[in-house]
Design a protein around this ligand. Sequence first.
Ligand SMILES: Nc1ncnc2c1ncn2[C@@H]1O[C@H](COP(=O)(O)OP(=O)(O)OP(=O)(O)O)[C@@H](O)[C@H]1O
Length: 337
Amino acid sequence: MKDSPVLLDVAGLTVEYGSGPGAVRAVDDVSFRLRRGEILGVAGESGSGKSTLMTALTRLQRPPARIAGGAVTYHPGSSDPGIDLLAASPARLRELRWDSLAVVFQSAMAALNPVMRLGAQFVDVIRAHRQVGRKEAWARAEELLELVGIPANRVRSYPHELSGGMRQRATIALALACEPEIIVMDEPTTAVDVVMQRQIVRRLMRLRQQFGFAIVFVTHDLSLLVELADRIMVMYAGRIVELGTAADLYHDPRHPYSQGLRDSFPPLHGPLRELRGIPGSPPDLRALPPGCAFQPRCPKRQPECTTTRPELPPAAEHGAACLLQQPADLPGSKAVR
Ligand SMILES: Nc1ncnc2c1ncn2[C@@H]1O[C@H](COP(=O)(O)OP(=O)(O)OP(=O)(O)O)[C@@H](O)[C@H]1O
């Protein structure tokens, strides 16, 4: 996977709510690359900036959210230099949505039109992007529903006639309608029970294998990501604090916050261990603590952590923005910023 071509290149993305001195920086200098066919998980507690990052990536952010800096470049096919998504016109974005880049949100009810039959919604999306007749689009809708385990005859149902799990799967099927290269999923399984969650995850993995799309999957549930994702990035207070393969994040979390997050969820396999939450709560973004934003809650805090803000090592395959991982920054070093 790490040798696959880059599909999406996010560099220094910064998003603020409001402007001027009262602005809240919800995403701060975030950089990462999504590779073709990769599932990249984004984990972090509520308020860490995950949703803000996803809406900015897909240009779905609404005021007062404002992109304050950075670049997002989409490389469709083998095209170079790629498409600058932050500069793309509304017409260009409409072309790209569903077709190249689809989004699945937490609330299926919000994504589906309650007064339209499921099939009609699929037909609208398909015909907006493909030169196909109604009948063909309708047949495609049936096929898509079956792909996610919904009987084809449900194409005539209204969203409220489906169970929560089915509705969520229907929104995933809709995202697949035009075979996009990237699907962004923001907490798509939060509203369904754990058994359904696991079913959806397994199905997604099969579909990814079948169609080869890449997924950015956002959730606060790190253990779900360990099962699903190729790589995971952990966010805290608007920044990436750790990035690595799912196995690295699970077996060798390097940031004390990732360690806390991992220990907050039951293990996937093996004997149960005691679950420990992370004491304290995420900081107020308007008044971040000095140094590392996590230091007030960190069980491994050193004096330097209150004065130096650690950076994520650029281009590391597995890296954490923690001074304990960057010995050069510890006492005696001149590297302390
Ligand atoms: N309209 C807004 N105005 C000001 N601040 C906002 C606004 N919307 C979100 N924020 C702030 O931005 C920060 C990031 O929020 P965001 O929803 O992106 O986090 P999240 O990790 O997705 O959390 P959740 O899982 O709860 O959705 C939070 O501190 C939140 O208070």
